[in-house]
Design a protein around this ligand. Structure first.
Ligand SMILES: [Zn+2]
Length: 208
């Protein structure tokens, strides 16, 4: 008999909507009645679920924030490298070093910087892997196209195949590697970073 009354009071007790006397009765009753205690525990659980659902939402917001910080920091760093490269290039307008800083710093950093624009479109990608692969290729393709552009702009003989014979070409390769090595190294680093960091970025935004 008492259990039925308690059963009616439990929802009010959980919501703190009953009088102190009723609350006292319910509290005492569920202490010794396992049946009503079980019912009380069951009814209380849904409110716990609400808590566990709201917690990831808060976590998501923090992760969204971390993702945009990551993107901003990368934009800033690549832009700083480009600025430094342009300044160094402007200081050596003629001679053999003409174009050196452009290929060493400006071009690899530009490839990376422009690939970051792709990050704004993360929602159109099917998966995290899809997105990071595309970020990698965007960085690589933009960098390579910039190198081809630079080849014509600085009028390197490397691009004039009619002038080159075999012995010359070995020499050209050695000279190119010497001239390009920082740029090549940075290109490899930026492409790798693009793949790793875009994957991290996607993870932060909860992309599977
Ligand atoms: Zn009971």
């Amino acid at each position: 008999m008492e259990c039925n009354i308690i059963k009616d009071l439990i929802p009010l007790y959980i919501d703190n909507c009953c009088s102190e006397e009723s609350a006292e009765i319910v509290k005492k009753h569920i202490d010794y009645c396992p049946k009503c205690k079980g019912m009380y525990e069951n009814m209380r659980t849904p409110s716990d679920i609400v808590h566990t659902v709201s917690a990831p939402t808060k976590l998501n917001r923090i992760n969204d924030w971390r993702a945009s910080v990551l993107q901003s920091v990368l934009l800033f760093i690549s832009f700083a490298i480009i600025t430094a490269g342009v300044a160094l290039e402007a200081a050596s307008p003629t001679g053999f070093t003409n174009g050196y800083w452009a290929v060493s710093l400006v071009i690899p950093a530009t490839g990376f910087l422009l690939s970051l624009a792709n990050w704004y479109f993360i929602r159109i990608y099917k998966s995290k892997k899809n997105f990071s692969d595309c970020s990698f290729f965007t960085t690589l393709v933009i960098t390579l196209l910039s190198y081809i552009w630079a080849g014509f702009h600085y009028e390197w003989d490397v691009f004039d195949f009619t002038k080159i014979n075999f012995t010359d070409s070995l020499e050209i390769i050695v000279l190119s590697v010497r001239f390009f090595w920082i740029g090549l190294l940075l290109t490899i680093i930026f492409c790798t970073l693009s793949k790793i960091l875009s994957n991290k970025y996607a993870k932060m935004l909860g992309k599977e």
